[in-house]
Design a protein around this ligand. Sequence first.
Ligand code: NAD
Ligand code: MG
Length: 390
Amino acid sequence: MRRITVFGSTGSIGVNTLDLIARRPGAFQVVALSGGRNIKLLAEQARAFRAEVAVTAHEDCLPALRDALAGTGIEATAGKAALIEAALRPADWIMSAIVGAAGLAPGFAALSQGTTLALANKESLVTAGPLLLAEAAKHNARLLPVDSEHSAVFQALVGEEMAAVERIIITASGGAFRDWPIEKLAHATVSQASTHPNWAMGQRITIDSASFFNKALELIETKEYFGVRPEQIEVLVHPESLVHALVGFKDGALMAHLGAPDMRHAIGYALNWPERAELPVTRLDLAKIGALTFRAPDEDRFPALRLAREVMAMGGTAGAAFNAAKEAALDAFIGEEIGFLAMSRLVEAVLTEMTARHGLGKPLDSLDMVMDTDATARALARSLVPTVRT
Ligand code: NAD
Ligand code: MG
């Protein structure tokens, strides 16, 4: 039996991960599950999978979690230190599916046990890519991509040499506002932005898809994970979300990865790697689908991609600042303090201000440096909220 831990088990990726695990009774033993305030679901999962420990991120939720698990023999713990403790419990495969920079520390700690870390938490690579890869190499741990585009690239690269890769193209559905004119975007509401045309995902990544910040993070994720130069990475809008990525080789060949928009494919690929196992995903009928369409992204309406290119050029601490400013801008949008278009204005203002005040892009030497940059950018973004045009 493979020992499995799932960070963020109550979220969209976490629930899909447990769905796959439940389909193979006897194959996996669940070590730790973690969630936030949805204690009911966390406790249900812990009972159903007979986890050793269930961890809530919030100390004030611990009494409720203890109550819900009373008499089961399952440990209940809470808080950041408890997440790290769970990450150090021996496991063969660990899913990193907490949303946001909060997912970095548990995933980083897990690497020290030389495990396989399935990385849905793209923020880990955006904020601390070089540190994460170095930590994995140091402990002989393996990082497997779970983001659908990165899993697609990873699969297109099986048996290939990176030296033969000319370019990597990641696709974008275009999100909720693909065809909206810019005047209308200014008034987009939180609920409109929280509805994705093709994918069912958590609210934060769904809004990030509508603003293109998700694709912006994924550009940086591609650079960090595959070690390619920023100019080798392209974004292509593909409204059908059936081609997830393409790899272009030096002989002109393009290898595309196609599949239904169902995260259980990418999760299942990482879960079964290096083998392929049967997965409960829809098989594509291309004759019925008929046509696939592609177009260039519109950086006037969606400046996030341009900002990501600036961040990649700076490197070092810029990724952590960018991600934290984006998270703060998203909080402000969800809290209806700023409008949809103001998110990118706020992120840009933070990058400009931090470059002027502290100099962005210093090489990362430690997780503390990442956390400090994150905290500075978040606080700055908060203070700039009243100054951005909504
Ligand atoms: P979600 O919001 O559905 O779930 C997030 C999980 O993290 C929940 O279990 C929640 O309790 C936990 N969490 C939230 N804040 C936390 C904190 N501060 N500390 C500890 N735990 C916390 O998110 P999701 O859509 O499942 O996304 C998870 C990660 O996977 C994100 O990094 C996202 O970018 C990435 N991802 C998601 C999808 C998708 O289809 N949902 C696709 C690609 C990548
Ligand atoms: Mg993705």
